[in-house]
Design a protein around this ligand. Structure first.
Ligand code: GUN
Length: 171
């Protein structure tokens, strides 16, 4: 990362507040220890630690902050810029009517079983890979799936940090 100054907490939250979907509290908490962090790896670990040390309720709220993949919010154009890019790169904005129906059915079944949405770091996956993972994960135990969702959320955060760094290097 091109050595941003991480010693000002407000600037840190401004910069990294969107790395965890709709959850700027992660950046706010990480900011307290970020002054000496000058690498992507350091920032990623600091933010991941804040999530891992949060209460179960807060982690559940974080998972629930994610929109469905190829879901109603995507169709209605109500996603965050990061989520739009991730879903578009995975081809989820170009589903056929039949694929949208399949995603809707899977999203509904998943939410019904686990009480939170299916989260997967889809940026570099194809629609077929996502659908296959969706079917597999639907069979998981809820405790396993809770941890899997958080692991995927940490992957999404890293990919967002990498994308941020790549965009800044382009400038
Ligand atoms: N994976 C990458 N972005 C997203 C998102 O916005 N929602 C879900 N559910 N998974 C994602």
């Amino acid at each position: 990362m091109s050595k941003p100054d991480n010693s000002n907490a407000d600037d840190f939250v401004q910069r990294y507040g969107g790395i965890y979907e709709h959850s700027p509290w992660v950046a706010r908490e990480a900011a307290a220890d970020a002054a000496d962090c000058d690498s992507l790896e350091c920032i990623a670990e600091l933010m991941a630690d804040c999530v891992d040390n949060a209460s179960t309720e807060r982690r559940l709220t974080l998972i629930r902050a994610h929109p469905d993949l190829a879901g109603r919010a995507q169709i209605a154009g109500e996603l965050t810029p990061d989520s739009i890019e991730e879903q578009a790169r995975a081809g989820l904005t170009q589903c056929t009517a039949e694929e949208y129906k399949r995603f809707q059915d899977l999203n509904d079944r998943y939410l019904q079983k686990f009480g939170f949405p299916f989260v997967m770091a889809v940026r570099d996956s194809s629609r077929a890979e996502i659908l296959a993972a969706f079917e597999l994960r639907l069979a998981n135990d809820p405790r396993v799936e809770f941890e899997t969702a958080l692991t995927e959320i940490h992957k999404i955060a890293r990919l967002r940090l990498q994308a941020m760094q790549a965009k800044e290097t382009e400038k």
